[in-house]
Design a protein around this ligand. Structure first.
Ligand SMILES: NC(=O)c1ccc[n+]([C@@H]2O[C@H](COP(=O)([O-])OP(=O)(O)OC[C@H]3O[C@@H](n4cnc5c(N)ncnc54)[C@H](O)[C@@H]3O)[C@@H](O)[C@H]2O)c1
Length: 250
């Protein structure tokens, strides 16, 4: 029960890495607001948590919409009393080669992956600063460190989120708020379903991963939990890459 009586918000928790984190948090004693643009996914995760005896609420929220984020924060406080942990996990990715990349493509990715995280932090900050305590975990990517084909907008959004993590860590340290990131490697989720539908491509990636396999959401969730727990109280501004060693080869 490493998160006993804590209240957590996990964004993009209707599937993949966010869902795994929400389920693990609840198992460790947290009350969880499960937020996603996909309400059905969020409700399924909440049902799973409740079946195991946990407490959770499902919200249909677009993280890039300030009014929706603020209402979700207010409803979480009304229901659970406070907010201790925010996991900014919601993210999108589209493969668009730079020569055909349009302004709208970049805005779309930045609005969710970067501004969405910013808006969620702004939403919970008054609560965390008042209680002089909080844990913020941003889910970035190995793509915050390396370029990828057709990935320039995604690269920029995750690079920006990594540096937002460091900047916020400095400014929020005096409020006893830890801000860290988890950077997943190649992970089997809805986001990468098409990419990994091709077995040859999977083999190509596996050959580049020292641990020899793709990741799964359950590989990422324990790192997020560690950064949300009291065990990481002297860590801030840091990114833990959970990538099977992929970045170590570069
Ligand atoms: N899968 C990978 O290989 C990988 C690698 C590195 C980083 N990541 C990051 O991990 C995070 C989780 O992705 P995943 O792989 O679990 O994919 P996923 O598609 O399973 O989960 C992402 C969730 O975010 C939700 N979402 C999308 N836009 C939203 C919005 N505007 N508001 C609220 N929710 C929204 C989706 O509905 C979905 O449930 C993302 O930030 C992604 O960039 C994934």
């Amino acid at each position: 029960m490493r998160l006993k009586d804590k209240v957590a918000i996990v964004t993009g928790a209707g599937s993949g890495i966010g869902a795994a984190a929400a389920v693990l948090f609840a198992k460790e004693g947290a009350k969880v607001s499960v937020l996603d643009i996909n309400l059905k996914g969020a409700e399924e995760v909440v049902n799973q948590i409740k079946k195991s005896g946990g407490q959770a609420l499902a919200f249909k929220v677009d993280v890039s919409k300030e009014d929706q984020v603020d209402k979700m924060v207010a409803d979480t406080v009304k229901e659970f009393g406070t907010i201790d942990i925010l996991v900014n996990n919601a993210g999108i990715n589209e493969f668009v080669p730079f020569p055909v990349l349009q302004v709208e493509d970049v805005k779309k990715v930045m609005n969710v992956n970067f501004m969405g995280a910013f808006l969620c932090v702004k939403g919970v900050l008054p609560i965390m600063t008042e209680k002089m305590s909080g844990k913020i975990i941003n889910v970035t990517s190995i793509m915050s460190m390396i370029g990828g084909k057709g990935q320039s907008a995604y690269n920029a959004s995750k690079g920006a989120l990594k540096m937002l993590t460091q900047g916020m860590a400095v400014d929020l340290a005096s409020y006893n708020i830890n801000v860290n990131a988890v950077g997943p490697g190649m992970t089997r989720t809805g986001l990468t379903k098409n990419l990994f539908a091709n077995e040859d491509r999977v083999k190509w990636f596996e050959a580049k991963i020292p641990l020899g396999r793709l990741g799964v959401p359950e590989d990422m969730a324990p790192a997020i939990l560690f950064l949300a727990s009291g065990e990481s109280s002297y860590i801030t501004g840091e990114t833990i890459f959970v990538d099977g060693g992929m970045l170590a080869t570069r």
